[in-house]
Write a protein that binds this ligand. Structure first.
Ligand code: CU
Length: 158
């Protein structure tokens, strides 16, 4: 099969660019330790109101002294809306949505989750000092999205 010289040059140039870009993706993924979400846990969004841990959202203290916060993000509220956790202890947030995509961002920290219906989003953090933190939804979820907020109150550990 005859391929024109210039066409061959461009085929090699395009192949080289593909290899270069793919190499850059692989290199930055390895160098930056990028990886897909490690926590994949599903839940039935239609029944989580009535059964399972998300039917009774709230704060529980684990035997190791850490705290687990089970939450729902739904039209247009976080449940519970006000969360009290101790400072200096690991706090694990487990959160899901029964309706649409929401966000869970604790302002002033690096806690920032996407909350998708059907999935449990989980993050563990430690609040160093007592204080109050604003929680906002940062995924547009509907007409009252701007009113969707909560509060984390970090109290001095007993
Ligand atoms: Cu929202």
């Amino acid at each position: 099969m005859h391929v024109d010289r210039y066409e061959r040059y461009w085929m090699w140039a395009a192949t080289g660019m593909l290899a270069l870009f793919l190499g850059a993706i692989v290199l930055t993924a390895i160098a930056g330790s990028a990886h897909p979400a490690s926590h994949v846990e599903t839940v039935d969004p239609e029944t989580l109101h009535v059964t399972g841990e998300f039917a009774t959202p709230g704060v529980t203290v684990r035997p190791d002294g850490g705290v687990t916060v089970v939450m729902r993000a739904e039209f247009y509220v976080f449940r519970p809306e006000v969360i009290r956790v101790p400072a200096g202890r690991p706090v694990t947030f487990r959160i899901t949505s029964p309706d649409v995509l929401h966000g869970f961002q604790i302002v002033g920290t690096n806690v920032n989750l996407t909350v998708a219906p059907g999935y449990v989003s989980e993050v563990t953090t430690t609040f160093a000092r007592p204080g109050e933190y604003l929680v906002v939804c940062n995924e547009y979820c509907g007409l009252a999205h701007h009113l969707m907020q909560g509060k984390v109150i970090v109290e001095a550990a007993p």
